[in-house]
Ligand binder design. Structure first.
Ligand code: DQA
Length: 143
């Protein structure tokens, strides 16, 4: 089984971006962990970081052709993007929404997600382990 992992805007800056919120883990650390865990679980992981909304929509559409499940940290687009929500609903891939931080313990505008209603589930608040847990869930759910 193949799993697409999409990282949204500004996640390329992890490590230096608001370390008091996101810690010192870099995106390269997350991707390396996902590769390692993927091998352990017997799944192939392809990870991609994209800053623009349209590119994320295209990546979701393309993943439908080859992936068995999708893990996405839509970052700020979580709280704004009907386009990402529609793309996820359209492709009907089992989708797990991930956030490093506990968005419900932060500003009010982060409490609403356009993505959660079309996702199989949401994992947030565990830093890099949010992705680790999502990979386990995606491996169980994917086809
Ligand atoms: C985030 C939470 C979002 O609210 C924020 O815009 C991000 C990162 C997280 O992983 O905690 O960019 O998705």
């Amino acid at each position: 089984m193949k799993i697409m992992v999409l990282h949204g805007p500004n996640l390329n800056l992890l490590g230096t971006r608001e370390p008091e919120v996101y810690g010192s883990t870099t995106l390269a650390d997350i991707d390396a962990m996902l590769q390692e865990e993927g091998k352990r679980l017997g799944v192939e992981v392809r990870a991609l970081q994209l800053n623009s909304e349209g590119a994320l929509v295209t990546a979701i559409q393309e993943a439908a052709a080859w992936a068995g499940a999708l893990i996405i940290n839509p970052a700020a687009y979580t709280h704004t993007s009907v386009a990402l929500r529609d793309a996820i609903a359209a492709v009907a891939l089992p989708t797990i929404e991930v956030h490093l931080s506990n968005v419900f313990a932060r500003e009010e505008f982060r409490h609403h997600s356009y993505i959660t209603p079309v996702a199989a589930g949401l994992i947030c608040g565990f830093g890099i382990d949010s992705y680790r847990l999502a990979l386990i869930a995606a491996t169980r759910m994917g086809t």
